[in-house]
Design a protein around this ligand. Structure first.
Ligand code: BES
Ligand code: ZN
Ligand code: ZN
Length: 496
């Protein structure tokens, strides 16, 4: 699909479908041709179209315009519009348009959107929505004879003086969306393919194609043992798939800061000997979504080129039950020297992250660490499926992540790291234990566990257990991996 800009007015456009938006109780803006506007008004009246959210009508303009159909899409109240609503309504409008099987579609963004945000940001937002809502993962389906042909070209209608600003937005939106789709693919692939070795190969590929801007180093079993990542190895030892520690680094010409991104990379989470029930295991290929997001960010870094050094770390392994698996009761010594009593082998993510975080602190000495992890079901209980739990030991860092989140529409909510709960993860036999005493506040105690390994480096933890995977389709995502975090982190890095 090609995205282009067209400087003409809607009546002169020859696309198969022209999408025009309408707010409730307001006139359709940006249409200057009188007779076309007349026809639109009449049709709206006849079909009782009020511009409510989700309403739509199609008009055949005949000789009044070059288009075959004009699709008017209701947006509801114009005051309630934020970037997230713009993305969603763009996605919905396109799915309406697709029912008309067009090859070419033109889109007329309403005036009020242009007033609300600068044109570059608007076009980047719209471009993201166009790409993300068109995403499918069909490679394992036998050919569907009814499969519609994809739209070939989508054009935004922009006034002639603003084309170069708009072009920049399209470029950024496309980079962000491609990286997100790359991450979605990785999460959607079956877990017998996306093994630790596969993730390592993906990292190598990214480096190979980066024209020297990105380096990838892979540590295997022996090297992981050498640096003392025994918490990570404890999780890995139940599986016949060998673990890989993936190290990516991006270095710009001038660098303001060094940020380490860590992604939880459990390529499949059975729970280990503390085996999950069958239903809870169904989607557990998603347990590398944090790692996939970090890989997605690196995929885009060359093109986004932020002035920040970025290191990506992934402790990739599979959590399996077997004769060689770690047991509840085992004690593991993390790279930092802290000892961990394992009481539940299904709380494995924090064990691999403990070593990822220790590595970051001891070997990288970064200014900021951000980890992304599908860490706890408890976070989904607390915030629902669509909102990430944000934890941080540094208010300024939390604020800049919140800012990026508002800009990209990837929702999150900060949860506390209360000292009084540290009591709940104390072990009578080791320094800490990997599950808490009692059953409440599991997302928080998991985050407190991670905090044990970050020292005093500004750190943020994103528990993406809910938002990384969609159990039902929405206007921007089909069922499956959502690519949560990719755009958020790219925006965060760019904002620095
Ligand atoms: N990978 C899971 C968390 C998860 C649950 C992600 C649902 C996505 C959807 C994690 O490793 C896990 O199993 N956590 C346990 C922790 C418990 C044993 C303390 C959980 O959340 O139940
Ligand atoms: Zn688990
Ligand atoms: Zn897990």
């Amino acid at each position: 699909m090609k995205i282009t800009l067209k400087p003409t007015s809607p009546n002169k456009i020859s696309s198969d479908v022209v999408i025009v938006f309408s707010f409730q109780g307001e006139e359709v803006s940006a249409i200057t041709d009188k007779s076309l506007l007349e026809l639109i008004k009449k049709s709206m009246q006849r079909e009782h179209f009020e511009g409510k959210e989700g309403e739509k009508i199609t008009i055949s303009p005949g000789s009044l315009a070059g288009a075959y159909k004009i699709l008017i899409v209701g947006l509801g109240d114009s005051n309630k519009f934020e970037s997230e609503e713009i993305r969603n309504s763009m996605g919905k409008a396109l799915s309406f348009a697709k029912s008309l099987s067009p090859q070419t579609v033109s889109i007329l963004p309403p005036e009020s959107w242009m007033k609300k945000m600068d044109l570059e940001y608007l076009l980047s937002t719209l471009t993201e929505a166009v790409h993300l809502s068109s995403y499918t993962f069909n490679k394992y389906k036998s050919e569907d004879p009814k499969k519609k042909k994809d739209i070939e070209e989508i054009s935004f209608l922009i006034s002639p003086g603003k084309l170069s600003m708009a072009e920049k937005g399209i470029t950024e939106g496309t980079i962000h969306a491609r990286a997100t789709q790359f991450t979605r693919d990785l999460v959607n692939e079956p877990p017998d393919l996306t093994t630790p070795a596969y993730l390592a190969k993906v990292a190598k590929d990214i480096a190979d194609k980066s024209e020297g801007t990105i380096k990838a180093t892979i540590y295997d079993q022996v090297e992981i043992e050498k640096i003392g990542m025994n918490a990570f190895l404890g999780v890995a030892k139940g599986s016949s798939e060998p673990p890989k520690f993936i190290h990516l680094s991006y270095r710009p010409k001038k660098s303001k800061k060094k940020v380490v991104l860590i992604g939880k990379g459990i390529t499949f989470d059975t729970g280990g000997l503390s085996l999950k029930p069958a239903q809870s295991m169904e989607t557990m290929k998603l347990d590398m979504a944090g790692a996939a997001a970090v890989l997605g960010v690196f995929k885009a870094l060359k093109d986004v080129s932020p002035d920040v050094s970025v290191v990506g770390l992934i402790a990739a392994c599979e959590n399996m039950p077997s004769g060689s698996a770690m047991r509840p009761g085992d004690i593991l010594k993390a790279m930092s020297g802290k000892t961990i009593e394992v009481l539940n082998t299904d709380a494995e993510g924090r064990l691999t992250l403990a070593d990822g975080l220790s590595y970051a602190v001891l070997k990288e000495k970064p200014d900021v660490i951000i980890d992304l992890a599908t860490l706890t079901g408890a976070c989904i209980v607390a915030l629902g499926e669509d909102i990430t739990g944000l934890f941080s030991n540094n208010p300024a860092l939390a604020q800049s992540i919140e800012k990026a989140s508002r800009e990209t529409g990837e929702k999150l909510w900060q949860l506390p790291l209360p000292k009084i709960y540290k009591e709940l993860i104390k072990s009578h036999i080791a320094d800490i234990k990997n599950i808490q005493t009692g059953k409440y506040g599991g997302a928080i105690t998991a985050a407190l566990f991670l905090e044990e390994f970050v020292g005093n480096i500004p750190w943020a933890h994103l528990d993406i257990a809910g938002p990384s995977y969609a159990e039902k389709p929405s206007s921007l995502t089909p069922i499956g991996g959502t690519g949560y975090g990719v755009r958020l982190l790219l925006k965060y890095l760019k904002n620095i």
